[in-house]
Design a protein. Structure first.
Lengths: 425, 445
């Protein structure tokens, strides 16, 4: 009888024992696979947390390297401005989630029937950002404003307008209404038609004097507005530099990658970086990064502990099952079967179980995290067992099993058949 | 021979088997304890993240006649859940005099207008820490000489470089700040430092003279309180920013604060600022869920493995069981003997596991801890020639993460471990016990 048949017959006839070992292997492999999946999920989740910290960098004109000229409004810099091509080029760098650049002006707005849209102030001008992607405007990013209706202004929206809820209600405006804007109605400025696409709520306290260090403080927050950059350009057509961009903000997907992204941006050769300054802003991330990486380290440690313990368990179980077969080993040796053949039979039996247990563990581990998650009402969408995990576990597990069988049969194999049989219980 | 003795003798004579069982139980108990200690450590880490996201609320008591009194501030700080970090602020205007009472000159170039009565006056900003004022953090102000103001009292003032030059003032000089309406009400202050602005003021031509950067002074809260409310010896403030530990509790804390006496809360504006937390909230919960799921998976599978292992072990003893029964020992006492053996070993394993898991936890803790303290943020000079503007990270007062086996966890593992050992042994012995001695002995391998 060859050893392959012997191994199969043993497994089949001792099916209860086989089943137990099988269950153990299945459980432990499932544990390790779930552990690996959880470690990956944690990584992803931490990345998501880092993504919410709003890490960004600002590109602005470097006034110190540009020339200066003077006009009737005082001296001004002749440094080159940020162009839209530049924005697109930087925005297409990997890892950038979005960007915004805006020019500020104080235009007046009129309803379709020609009535002026009134502000809190006597002066009906609105502090308006001509914005490319208003979603990434500082006021929205910092949570001072919140878009409550409609959509944000995006680059491909040529004439959108966002007003505060107060102004919209007081002037009887609703989403989709046509509004026309004029930069300065007392000059020869063109009238530009826009559509009200969004309405925001003010969450911050504008009366707080901490915010009063710049020009914008002369306007109430409800008198702020956002319009498409394109519309702003049309309104400001009479002002040479009025619609040129001074600075732009780029937001990255992963705060931990901010430095790398900036380095990549600085490699863009078509931009003369002597003329621009890049400043990184990731204060929130810096604040939480140590606590966040602690969480990561803890989970990784947990998984390492689980894996190590699993290995120990497998070795213990196999050695126990081999050791209880001393008598059988003795008989096999006594009937003249070579020691290597006996060991090989044991190895084969173990592998037979593993071949079934490992793929099943792959399937069960896919279920286990999800089931346990929903059982306790916690989402586990990120916990995904990948084929790579399975490959890793199958290869390492296989080697470990063979090694464990070999190690635990050493003590038995060292003895002569006679000694073994006389030692039997 | 009674069953206790039998159990002991079996355990001692079958050293190999007992040791395997001991090792197995020890590993399991250590794993569970380590998992639990890691879990509580991640809770601390999570609380740290929440705290570091700096949720706070601002009280704007500008419209109140006497602002927020000192007592109320200390009462607010006693409210449960505040992190202890806070900023108090006041803003007013003052006329500037030199030590002899002569009016000092202000800058009027670039002012939209010079309001009447403010010909020699400017804006006075008082902050618990002048370095944290928005002029410094967002407006680009920088100290050039002397020290920032960090105390509530002390009659100090910071002045602009140009203002100092214009009036021949330097650090250490004394000047007077006077109430704008009642010019006789003055308070002497010492020039503690001189600042300058690194960014051009963008409201030039629009702002009144007193708001021009050159005409602003920073002072301490008690001086501002004197100018605003005429108080002496006590400090009232206009604004307070109070940071909380857990932004989730912001709502509750704000309600608690509004129940305090001494302030007319109706006329105050309380604003919550927890945008960073709200952004991160969902992802943070996801992270916390992952930890939870990891622990759940480990626990469930550990129990499963343990039960299977004990079953496997007992099945190897069918022969022995048959012999006992044949000798006339009752089934109950055989079962009890098996239970006793397991419990004996389990007790030893659980005792040792406290030591091993504490050692492991300590190891994890110390490797984490060293990370926290040695972590320095690289400040990359991104601007090339401009100075690296990054400040050293501030101390947020985060809790130290401790990975330790708590008494509750230990008790939990004891209880569960014992119940599980007993249950799985009894369960595994059940089919054997059901059989007659004869059929057991004939079935023996």
């Amino acid at each position: 009888m060859n050893l392959g048949i012997r191994a199969i017959l043993y497994s089949a006839r001792k099916w209860k024992k086989t089943l137990l070992v099988f269950c153990l292997l299945l459980a432990i492999t499932t544990l390790v696979l779930s552990g690996l999946a959880i470690a990956d999920a944690q990584e992803e989740q931490a990345e998501e947390v880092r993504g919410t910290t709003g890490a960004s960098f600002t590109v602005e004109r470097n006034l110190s390297t540009g020339g200066w000229a003077s006009g009737n409004g005082g001296s001004y810099s002749t440094q080159e401005f940020i162009t839209e091509e530049m924005l697109q080029e930087i925005g297409s760098v990997d890892g950038i989630a979005g960007y915004d650049a805006a020019v500020v002006s104080m235009p007046y707005y009129y309803t379709q029937s020609g009535e002026s849209i009134v502000t809190e102030d006597v002066n009906n001008s609105f502090y308006t950002y001509g914005s490319l992607n208003s979603e990434y405007n500082e006021l929205f990013v910092s949570g001072r404003f919140e878009l409550v209706e409609g959509t944000h202004i995006t680059e491909d929206m040529p004439n959108g307008l966002i007003l505060s809820r107060d102004r919209a209600e007081k002037n009887g405006l609703k989403l989709g209404d046509k509004v026309s804007g004029i930069n300065n109605p007392y000059a020869d400025d063109p009238e530009v038609e826009m559509e009200l696409v969004g309405i925001f709520d003010v969450l911050a306290d504008k009366d707080d004097e901490a915010t009063m260090y710049d020009a914008a403080t002369l306007w109430d927050y409800t008198d702020y507005a956002f319009c498409s950059y394109n519309a702003m350009k049309e309104m400001a057509v009479n002002y040479e530099d009025g619609s040129k961009l001074q600075e732009a903000h780029f937001f990255v997907e992963d705060a931990a990658q901010l430095d790398n992204v900036i380095a990549e941006v600085q490699n863009i050769s078509s931009i003369n970086w002597d003329n621009f300054i890049i400043t990184a802003n990731d204060e929130v991330y810096q604040n939480i990064s140590s606590a966040l990486s602690d969480t990561g380290t803890l989970i990784t440690t947990l998984i390492v502990v689980i894996t190590a313990v699993s290995m120990v368990l497998i070795i213990l179980i196999l050695s126990m099952s081999i050791r209880s077969r001393k008598r059988e080993t003795g008989i096999l040796l006594a009937v003249g079967i070579a020691k290597p053949a006996v060991i090989l039979q044991y190895v084969l039996e173990t592998l037979l179980i593993a071949v079934v247990a490992f793929p099943l563990a792959y399937l069960s581990s896919k279920q286990v995290a999800g089931t346990l998650g929903t059982l306790f009402g916690k989402a586990a969408e990120n916990v995904i067992v990948t084929p790579e995990h399975f490959m890793l576990v199958a290869i390492v597990g296989g080697i470990l099993l063979v090694a464990a069988v070999l190690v635990s049969s050493i003590s038995t194999m060292r003895l002569k058949p006679k000694q073994i049989l006389s030692q039997m219980e | 021979m009674n069953l206790c003795k039998r159990a002991c003798l079996y355990s001692i004579r079958k050293k190999g088997k007992t040791l395997t069982l001991l090792a197995f139980l020890l590993v399991m108990a250590t794993l569970m304890l380590t998992c639990l200690s890691i879990q509580s450590a991640t809770e601390t880490a999570n609380a740290n993240i929440k705290k570091a996201l700096l949720g706070y609320f601002t009280i704007n008591a500008k419209t109140l006649e006497s602002g927020i009194p000192e007592d109320t501030v200390s009462q607010i700080l006693d409210v449960d859940g505040l992190s202890g970090r806070y900023t108090l602020r006041s803003y007013t205007y003052a006329a500037y005099f030199d030590a002899d009472g002569n009016l000092l000159e202000i800058n009027t170039e670039g002012a939209a207008q010079v309001p009447e009565g403010y010909e020699n006056a400017g804006r006075v900003v008082a902050n618990s820490n002048s370095q944290e004022d928005s002029y410094f953090t967002d407006g680009g102000f920088e100290m050039v000489e002397g020290n920032p103001i960090t105390t509530e009292a002390g009659s100090q003032v910071l002045i602009h470089e140009k203002f100092a030059q214009r009036n021949g003032l330097s650090v250490g000089d004394t000047m007077l700040l006077g109430n704008v309406e009642d010019k006789d009400k003055t308070i002497p202050v010492t020039v503690a430092g001189i600042f300058t602005n690194t960014e051009e003021q963008d409201s030039i031509g629009m702002a009144p003279s007193y708001d021009l950067y050159d005409n602003i002074v920073f002072t301490d809260l008690s001086t501002a309180s004197f100018l605003l409310y005429g108080t002496e010896g006590t400090t009232n403030v206009q604004y307070g920013d109070f940071y909380v530990n857990d932004p989730d509790e912001l709502e509750r804390i704000m309600t608690d604060v509004q129940e305090l006496d001494g302030v007319d809360w109706e006329n105050c504006t309380l604003t919550r600022y927890d945008n960073d937390y709200q952004n991160a909230k969902e992802s943070l919960e996801g992270l916390q869920n992952i930890v939870f799921i990891a622990i759940a998976v480990v626990s469930v599978i550990c129990f499963l493995v343990l039960a299977l292992f004990l079953t496997l072990r007992l099945r190897g003893r069918i022969h022995e069981t048959g012999v006992y029964l044949a000798m006339g020992i009752s089934k109950g006492s055989v079962l009890l003997q098996y239970l006793l053996e397991v419990i004996l070993v389990a007790a030893i394993a659980l005792f040792i596991s406290f030591g091993t898991s504490t050692a492991i936890s300590h190891q994890i803790g110390s490797s984490l801890l060293s990370q926290v303290t040695s972590e320095t943020y690289e400040t990359v000079d991104l601007t090339g020639e401009n100075e690296a503007a990054q400040e050293p990270t501030e101390d947020l007062g985060l809790a130290e993460i401790e990975v330790a086996v708590s008494a509750e966890d230990y008790a939990l593992v004891w209880a569960f471990g014992m119940v599980l050992c007993v249950a799985s042994t009894a369960l595994a012995a059940y089919p054997i016990m059901k059989m007659k001695p004869k059929s057991i002995l004939s079935q023996m391998s």
